[in-house]
Design a protein around this ligand. Structure first.
Ligand code: APR
Length: 243
């Protein structure tokens, strides 16, 4: 398990890169995608999370995102989110948190050195001018939203399968993982590229790689320390003394 070695490495590191996936938000009551009770068990990606799905039936896609948006905004950040924000405060400019999650829980927990690779479910993006804008409070949100500037319809500001990541986001993530002394990968099945390549990049660049996941993933064999546990338990074991 190498927990003590991992704690020591993390404590001494000045450059730390973190990648999170849906598993870190599972303790906050937000479903993952590929677990037994994951979203993709009940909802077909081709019906809800591709540009073709949206072109075919924008209202159906928007109603699904409005439902997720309502659930997400009722959720609260958990101890794992909070400990990552405290770790960022301790390390400072050498810290970067890269998330695949669109649920805003990291920013609501106080994380600032944050890259949202897959966008954010609390925002719309204008189909005509591309402006990003906050969605109304979930209680008052009746989809679809319209651009505050040009009044055209907005789409969910999330990355669908087959779409490019937000401009510059992955480049920023690549640099951080290539330069990291310690890479920490939490709550992701490590199945979706290009995010899944970040842990491998850090490992091949000589970083000490820590994974927190109750289940093994394709990354587990490369991890220097695999904590086979939940995100809250794993972060508590690694850096619980941060506060
Ligand atoms: N703590 C930590 N990890 C957990 C927990 C927990 N409490 N519960 C589940 N997990 C792990 C699961 O073992 C699994 O490996 O979280 C992972 C969730 O995997 P996915 O559901 O595939 O989610 P993710 O890896 O974030 O998916 C990546 O795929 O569908 C797209 O855009 C979507 O961003 C998402 C991307």
């Amino acid at each position: 398990m190498n927990l003590e070695a991992a704690r020591k490495r993390l404590w001494e590191a000045r450059r730390v890169a973190v990648l999170t996936g849906a598993g870190i938000s599972q303790p906050s009551g937000i479903p993952t995608f590929r677990d037994a009770a994951g979203l993709w068990k009940d909802f077909d990606i081709e019906e809800y999370a591709t540009p073709a799905a949206y072109a075919r039936d924008p209202q159906k896609v928007w109603e699904w995102y409005a439902w997720r948006y309502q659930n997400v905004m009722q959720a609260q950040p958990n101890r794992a989110h909070t400990l990552l924000a405290l770790l960022e405060q301790r390390i400072g400019e050498g810290f970067l948190l890269v998330t695949q999650n669109v649920d805003s829980l990291h920013s609501r927990a106080g994380s600032q050195r944050l890259v949202e690779l897959h966008g954010n479910i609390a925002r719309g993006r204008c189909e005509r001018c591309g402006e990003r804008f906050p969605l109304p409070d979930p209680a008052h949100f009746v989809p679809p939203p319209y651009c505050p500037s040009c009044k055209a319809r907005g789409r969910p500001d999330v990355v669908w399968f087959g779409e490019l990541l937000p401009e510059g986001a992955f480049e920023q993530a690549l640099w951080a993982f290539a330069e990291a002394e310690v890479a920490l990968v939490i709550g992701t099945s490590a199945e979706v590229e290009p995010a899944a390549s970040l842990g491998r990049l850090a490992h091949s660049s000589g970083a000490y790689l820590i994974e927190i996941n109750p289940n093994p993933t394709p990354l587990s064999s490369q991890a220097d320390c695999s904590l086979r546990m939940g995100a809250v338990e794993g972060m508590e074991a690694l850096v619980g003394d941060l506060g």
